[in-house]
Design a protein around this ligand. Structure first.
Ligand SMILES: Cc1cc2nc3c(=O)[nH]c(=O)nc-3n(C[C@H](O)[C@H](O)[C@H](O)COP(=O)(O)OP(=O)(O)OC[C@H]3O[C@@H](n4cnc5c(N)ncnc54)[C@H](O)[C@@H]3O)c2cc1C
Length: 418
């Protein structure tokens, strides 16, 4: 079977690997010169099933209004009246009820847990290395109100059987001793012990070699211009380097999936939610994180990646804009200097921005479409690195006509039909 995959981010690449392992003849097409050059380039590094939850949650609309007036707020909304943004936000607001939150969270967690297990298997199978760690995620609470409000999350974690520990400030220091100089700022923590960490860009580059060994062909520097559908079946992909024919086509174009699919009459509710990261060499290891800490006040994750610290956060709704203004990166800089003041030399920080391909219900879109031969693996939002291997294993099973390891019936685009 000849399969063409559009997009060489972490989602396209993992899909290529799992499909090639099934004996498919895979070609991957991307406009960039190599893999993982867009959203998968410098994310926060969390492989975090324990933290998998939709942004659309009860209470979020009120919090969002408050954040609009804060300097280091986790959410920014550009003032331009963009129709796509307004339509996406209204769909997201409709997902903020308790019942929808529970449905969306359970879908996301099942996929993320499966994905983390796929990572474990992959490390065993091919010995892939990507500055990975298995030290969990530690949510840090600066106020009593945050500690109290974590109680309802703990109930959910218990009900879903997710491994976790509730920590006092003294106990926090046993897992993250680098916080000693600033521990007075924190009232408590919640540790998700099954979470992992790793550099998505390094992973993609290592997996590309494995893909090549399995016979995958990469066509880089190739702009995809159009999908051609005839008689309800996908026929051709038109690109800057000529047409590519295929029997099956898998779209993994991240934030750019929407426009490509709209042109063939398929509506996928994906909006680019901009985020920022910084990467800095560790200056003093005893004052650096050992794994990921998530500062709940600013929603900034700070992760240890080998001998570097990666911090990332902010959700900005500003279309496809990729500017990197200091006013936006100030939040991540502030958190690193506040939490690990002696661990990193911020003068050496490298800043980056990327677009999270977000769906309004937080769940990615994985599966078949009404167009014969056309499949989707896209819309992974805040958790594309976490869910990459699991999503790829699921779509490879679907495309091969096999039974998926987890229930995938509610992941396909048809869930938006009503
Ligand atoms: C600041 C930030 C922090 C994050 N932190 C985490 C985290 O800690 N954990 C986690 O799980 N996730 C995290 N994420 C999310 C995660 O990085 C994304 O969900 C994931 O990278 C999406 O991968 P993708 O392959 O779908 O998209 P991309 O990596 O963007 O890949 C899409 C590819 O399609 C190509 N493309 C698009 N249009 C065309 C075209 N017309 N022609 C040719 N090629 C095209 C692009 O070049 C690109 O390579 C974070 C994201 C951001 C921005």
């Amino acid at each position: 079977m000849k399969v063409c995959i559009l997009g060489a981010g972490v989602i396209g690449l993992t899909s290529a690997y799992y499909l090639a392992k099934k004996g498919m003849q895979v070609t991957v097409v991307d406009r960039q010169a190599d893999v993982a050059m867009e959203a998968s380039f410098a994310n926060a590094g969390q492989v975090s099933p324990g933290y998998s939850a939709p942004w659309a949650a009860p209470g979020v609309p009120l919090k969002a209004v408050k954040w609009l007036f804060e300097k280091y707020a986790p959410l920014k909304i550009s003032p331009e009246l963009e129709l796509k943004k307004v339509a996406w936000m209204s769909k997201m607001l409709r997902n903020c009820t308790a019942s929808k939150y529970n449905i969306n969270k359970s879908r996301m967690m099942a996929l993320a847990e499966y994905s983390r297990d796929c990572f474990i298997d992959l490390r065993k199978e091919i010995g892939i290395q990507y500055d990975d760690g298995q030290g969990g995620t530690l949510q840090l609470f600066r106020s009593d109100a945050q500690v109290e409000s974590s109680e309802k999350d703990i109930k959910v974690l218990k009900s879903l059987g997710v491994a976790h520990e509730v920590l006092s400030p003294t106990e926090i220091l046993k897992v993250e001793p680098g916080l000693a100089p600033v521990i007075d700022k924190f009232k408590g923590g919640l540790r998700l012990t099954g979470d992992e960490t790793g550099d998505c860009f390094m992973f993609c580059n290592a997996l590309k070699k494995q893909c090549e060994d399995l016979g995958v062909t990469f066509k880089f520097n190739t702009q995809i211009t159009k999908l051609v559908v005839e008689q309800g079946k996908i026929q051709t992909v038109a690109t800057s380097e000529g047409n590519i024919d295929c029997e099956q086509l898998l779209v993994c174009l991240g934030s750019y999936s929407k426009e490509m699919l709209k042109a063939i009459g398929l509506d996928v509710p994906i909006y680019p939610v901009k985020g920022y990261s910084l990467t800095v060499p560790i200056s003093d290891a005893q004052f650096a994180p050992t794994s990921t800490i998530m500062d709940e006040t600013y929603k900034v994750a700070v992760t240890r990646l080998g001998n570097r610290i990666r911090a990332a956060g902010t959700a900005e709704l500003a279309g496809y804009n990729l500017d990197l203004p200091k006013a936006r990166t100030d939040t991540i800089t502030h958190v690193v200097s506040d939490v690990f003041p002696q661990g990193a030399d911020l003068a050496e920080a490298e800043y980056w921005t990327g677009l999270r391909p977000m769906t309004p219900d937080g769940t990615p879109i994985i599966g078949e479409t009404p167009i014969k031969g056309l499949y989707l693996n896209t819309g992974h939002g805040t958790l594309g690195w976490t869910m990459s291997c699991g999503s790829a294993a699921v779509i490879a099973d679907i495309m091969a006509g096999e039974v998926t390891a987890i229930d995938s019936s509610s992941l396909a685009v048809k869930r938006y039909a009503n």
